[in-house]
Design a protein around this ligand. Structure first.
Ligand code: ADP
Ligand code: ADP
Length: 227
């Protein structure tokens, strides 16, 4: 586990007239669940992608723990990311999907099996390990995508609108599951959503972005109480 620091992190897209993310200053504590919220186009994904190493940083720096990762490739950042289109490999079983990254990394089979089994237990997927993704519900697939990230035991967990493909009812139950999973694992998490209710119910703290600028960072309770 590790904290995350955006130290005046700035992203100006080529040809852009103003930064998509402008001197973002934000510190996420070790183990904290931080939600980045704001309307479409405010810079949430760009911020997350800078943290993941998927987007150049044009000013400022990004740190994970006390490591400056600003110019490190994604694979050296010790992060795992869950996207909204959590493309699972359709021809592979749930277990093989979850273990795939470890297999690529050369981890031995026994260790992969034990990590996959442990993650499956946490995610309530034990009975589904031998199924193919198409034989799962949307919520179960979403949990497989989480499992794929968890087995790598990253220091930081990134989620970009992971619930947006689910129907309204499933969204509510899955957001509870994700929040409680995060608390159980205690893994530092940055979660992006445009949904304010999602932000306020899930986050330890919520950071509000508008037009690439950070407007406010607070605990949900403080935000509710504000007149
Ligand atoms: P959000 O995730 O909050 O919807 P984004 O981070 O995707 O916002 O986008 C922030 C701003 O950057 C928007 O104005 C968007 O149009 C612009 N933008 C995003 N990606 C690119 C890109 N690859 N090239 C140019 N502009 C981009
Ligand atoms: P192979 O992948 O060569 O068929 P294994 O069946 O021993 O060899 O699989 C090793 C792998 O264990 C990993 O890729 C992991 O994802 C997978 N795996 C397969 N079935 C299970 C299971 N029931 N429980 C846990 N892990 C499993």
């Amino acid at each position: 586990m590790a904290s995350v620091t955006f130290d005046k992190a700035t992203r100006l897209y080529p040809g852009g007239t103003k930064p998509a993310v402008d001197a973002l200053e934000l510190h996420v504590e070790d183990g904290e669940f931080l939600v980045l919220v704001g309307p479409s186009g405010c810079g949430k994904s760009t911020s997350l992608r800078m943290l993941a190493g998927l987007e150049d940083v044009n000013g400022g720096a990004i740190r994970i723990g006390d490591r400056d990762v600003t110019h490190l490739p994604p694979k050296d950042r010790d992060i795992a990311m869950v996207f909204q289109n959590y493309a699972l490999y359709p021809h592979m079983t749930v277990a093989d999907n979850m273990g795939f990254a470890l297999k690529i990394a050369g981890v031995n089979k026994a260790e992969i099996r034990s990590k996959v089994e442990e993650a499956a237990k946490i995610l309530d997927l034990t009975d589904y390990l031998d199924r193919k993704p198409k034989a799962l519900s949307g919520g179960q697939r979403q949990r497989v995508a989480m499992g794929r990230a968890i087995v790598r035991e990253p220091q930081v967990f990134l989620m970009d609108e992971p619930l947006s493909n689910l129907d309204a009812k499933l969204r509510v139950s899955t957001r509870t599951q994700i929040a409680s999973l995060q608390r159980r694992l205690g893994i530092t998490t940055v979660y992006v959503t445009h949904d304010q209710v999602e932000a306020l119910t899930m986050g330890d703290r919520v950071a509000v972005l508008k037009d690439g600028l950070l407007q406010q960072v607070d605990s949900p309770r403080t935000m509710y109480d504000r007149p």
